[in-house]
Design a protein around this ligand. Structure first.
Ligand code: AKB
Length: 320
């Protein structure tokens, strides 16, 4: 376990994962020790008020350096990225933000002797020629979105910085993440969050993926646990230095609809696949995460039914 006095930087703290991970880190390390940063002021009042916040565009290398000098971070979580669907609208910008942002964080980490860096990868590193069922840790990778290409290249660079410069970078290939506290932005798996909101708001949902499109997904408490377990594992147990496959559940829009209907029987869905269908069709249906299970004892806790119940209970509470 890391020293609880460590100062930590979260880059992209206002995002879907960042807003929850920052609060978890503040619980563990103390509010004042976890600096949230984002290009925009975060919507969450809890996040803004509970600890330090710094405005940061990760493309601004000098500002990042200033923050590293000011706070002397021991750990950095770099979560800022353009996701799969948004990336396709402006591929050159997505490449610039995703790659330059990563280099800025890694180089500053080396310069300022940061002890550990976390950077998320994604199932988007896989492509049409990857085996789609139980996708192995090491396999064909031919991503065809700019997001996936940037994540695959990022993985290679993370391993490179570890091997050549000894920087302790750790990474997970997240599936689609589902949580009730914050909305995702610009991903292909976002439907699996929107559907719960719409089920409660209007009992109907128009899905941008077709009914039998299976994708790997994970409930946010499992994603937070996996991230912190990986970051707290002794360095010698972290044997994969590109990025670990990570899995919890796989389902289709039809199956999530059936799970919601157990609580809201008159909920209905219609299907209108758009350009995100092609992205989903190039990604795995399910993931083999046995390396994570073996190396640092990863085990998910939530399946589709447990997640659905928890999502609906909590979203209802938030509406009250
Ligand atoms: C996306 O859909 O782009 C992301 C991801 C799977 O990385 N949620």
């Amino acid at each position: 376990m890391s020293n609880t006095k460590d100062t930590i930087l979260v880059v992209g703290a206002g995002g879907q994962l960042g807003s929850e991970l920052t609060m978890e880190l503040r619980k563990l390390y103390g509010d004042a020790n976890v600096v949230a940063s984002d290009i925009q002021t975060p919507k969450s009042e809890e996040l803004r008020e509970s600890g330090p916040f710094e405005t940061l565009d990760v493309l601004d290398k000098n500002r990042l350096g200033e923050l590293y000098s000011k706070y002397k971070f021991k750990q950095v979580y770099h979560l800022a990225a353009v996701l799969s669907a948004t990336g396709e609208k402006n591929p050159k910008f997505a490449w610039k933000l995703n790659m330059d942002g990563l280099f800025h964080v890694l180089d500053a980490a080396l310069e300022h002797k940061v002890e550990k860096v976390y950077w998320p990868s994604s199932i988007a590193v896989f492509g049409p020629n990857t085996p789609r069922e139980n996708t192995p840790q090491h396999t064909v990778m031919d991503p065809n979105t700019v997001y996936g290409i940037s994540k695959q290249a990022g993985e290679r660079w993370c391993e490179y910085y570890f091997e050549k410069y000894g920087l302790d970078v750790r990474s997970l290939r997240y599936p689609g993440l589902i949580g009730y506290k914050a909305l995702p932005g610009g991903g292909t798996t976002d439907y699996a969050v929107d559907i719960y909101h719409q089920a409660l708001a209007q009992k109907t949902y128009e899905c941008f993926l077709s009914e039998n499109t299976y994708l790997p997904m994970m409930y946010m408490p499992d994603a937070l646990k996996a991230t912190l377990d990986l970051m707290h594992a002794p360095a010698e147990q972290v044997k994969v230095r590109s990025s670990y496959n990570l899995s919890a559940m796989s389902f289709s829009p039809k199956e999530i609809t059936e799970a919601i209907q157990k609580h809201i029987p008159d909920f209905t869905i219609s299907y209108k696949p758009d350009s995100r269908q092609q992205i989903a069709d190039s990604w795995p249906k399910s993931i083999d995460d046995s390396a994570a299970r073996q190396d640092w004892n990863w085990k998910p806790q939530f399946g589709l039914d447990e997640m659905t119940e928890d999502m609906l209970v909590n979203l209802k509470k938030m509406q009250e």
